[in-house]
Design a protein around this ligand. Structure first.
Ligand SMILES: Cc1ncc(COP(=O)(O)O)c(C=O)c1O
Length: 437
């Protein structure tokens, strides 16, 4: 009798599930089918069964220069074997890192390093509460700022839970959940209304300047400027969570693009091309409240500014600073992709909106225009997932989850974009023929 061997990805998933809950170390890494990658280089990743994918997932946006970028690998290899973790004083790498951040991010007068974006936003929320002596934080429906209690609510909410209590997790105290208020992106009046119901009680408004955790909601300039004016007028802090937009859309993040300085900025992901390091920056008077400077806001973290991750961040950021053409190129490839996809939708008469910014692109299966999360409630989630799943099966890795975005890195080429468009045409044609769209 012929024997069929088990696919290597499935075997790994089963082995992992025996010792790791669900077989993955972060819930959104399980996408309804086993996935085990074994190699990554440039714009490509390869799975355990030997299938090669053009990678648009980019580790949720942490990969910006391409996988295993030599400029980063070289810096990391040099760092390993030098100073490892010592936990006292400061290293040259930490000084250089902070200098680069304050040079590149327009609003950064000082910075501290953290190891993940969640830590950075936790620090920002606590600092804002300490500085203002106020209780409430405002976040937007659809925005994600990490896994900690203060912000883990109302991201991809169903219509019946959007804007109301929609925690991402059990185990969050009601009073903590209640201390985070929800507004609508691109709708200044929704923020103003919260100030009216909670006068002088809002410590900060935190936002992804482009909420990429629901694809790409691009802010109007009027909204961004309005938020700056309103938070200043109300004595609250404006916190830009640039964990995705930082270094990806411009060396100075989206604040450089829109010309608005927040009080605090959090960043991570692309800053070190995939190495685990993040940070918080902001006005000197605010940053001086950290206990490292004699202030009253605890600053602690064994791994903060780890030499290997700092080396990766310095290499990535130096590269980006010294290659302004990097942005011109990825933005051009992004435009080519968005225009191509929009043309295909039109040609096939498929209702949808192609959007994004720079190297990020998204196809919503909904009639436009899209302003905030409210319009995304009408998105055809089944079509969104089917499109990403079928593209992935065709060798173009797009995370098969609704509203997840796609990223073009420095390693993608114009030819890659054209091949992706050809595949997208076939996939969309097939979906239309099957009545999925
Ligand atoms: C905008 C934003 N902020 C914060 C975080 C949390 O970062 P981390 O996963 O590094 O904790 C994420 C993660 O996806 C994010 O997208």
């Amino acid at each position: 009798m012929p024997t069929t061997s088990k696919p290597a990805g499935l075997a790994r998933h089963e082995a992992a599930s025996a010792v790791i809950p669900g077989g993955v170390n972060s819930a959104t890494r399980y996408v309804g089918a086993p996935f085990a990658l074994t190699a990554a280089s440039g714009a490509y990743v390869t799975d355990a069964d030997g299938q090669r994918y053009l990678d648009y997932h980019a580790a949720f946006g942490a990969i910006l220069l391409g996988h295993n970028a030599p400029v980063v690998n070289d810096a990391v290899c040099e760092a390993i074997g030098g100073l490892d973790l010592t936990g006292i004083g400061v290293t040259d790498a930490e000084i250089e890192l902070a200098r680069l951040v304050t040079e590149l991010i327009p609003s950064a007068e000082q910075m501290v390093a953290a190891t993940s974006g969640s830590e950075a936003t936790a620090q920002a929320v606590r600092l804002a509460r300490a500085v203002t002596g106020r209780r409430y934080i405002v976040k937007f429906q659809g925005g994600f700022h990490g896994w900690h209690d203060a912000v883990a609510r109302n991201v991809i909410s169903s219509p019946d839970r959007a804007y109301g209590p929609d925690p991402l997790s059990a185990g969050i105290l009601d009073e903590v959940l209640d201390a985070t208020l929800i507004a609508e992106f691109n709708d200044l009046e929704s923020v103003r209304a919260l100030y009216e119901t909670h006068p002088e009680q809002i410590a900060a408004v935190i936002l992804e300047p482009i909420p990429h955790n629901v694809g790409a909601l691009v802010p109007t300039q009027e909204f961004a400027e309005g938020l700056r004016a309103l938070t200043t007028e109300q004595g609250s802090l404006l916190v830009f969570d640039e964990v995705i937009t930082g270094f990806r859309h411009a060396p100075g993040g989206y604040q450089q693009v829109c010309g608005i300085n927040p009080d605090l900025t959090t960043f991570g992901k692309a800053m070190a091309n995939g190495y685990p390091i993040a940070g918080i920056s902001g006005r000197r008077d605010l940053m001086q409240r950290f206990s490292s400077a004699g202030g009253d806001v605890l600053l602690a973290g064994t791994y903060n500014g780890h030499p290997v991750c700092a080396a990766a961040a310095i290499a990535t950021m130096t590269y980006l600073r010294d290659h302004p053409d990097f942005y011109e190129r990825t933005h051009r490839l992004g435009d080519r992709m968005r225009t191509g996809l929009a043309n295909i939708l039109e040609e096939l008469d498929v209702p949808g909106v192609v959007t994004g910014f720079g190297g990020v692109f998204v196809v919503y299966f909904v009639d436009g225009p899209i302003r905030g999360y409210r319009e995304l409630l009408r998105n055809n989630h089944a079509a969104y997932v089917a499109f990403h799943r079928r593209m992935t099966q065709a060798g173009f890795l797009m995370l098969p989850m609704s509203l997840k975005r796609n990223h073009i890195s420095g390693a993608h080429t114009g030819d890659d974009i054209d091949r992706t468009l050809e595949a997208a045409r076939d996939v969309l044609k097939g979906m239309r023929a099957e009545g999925i769209i």
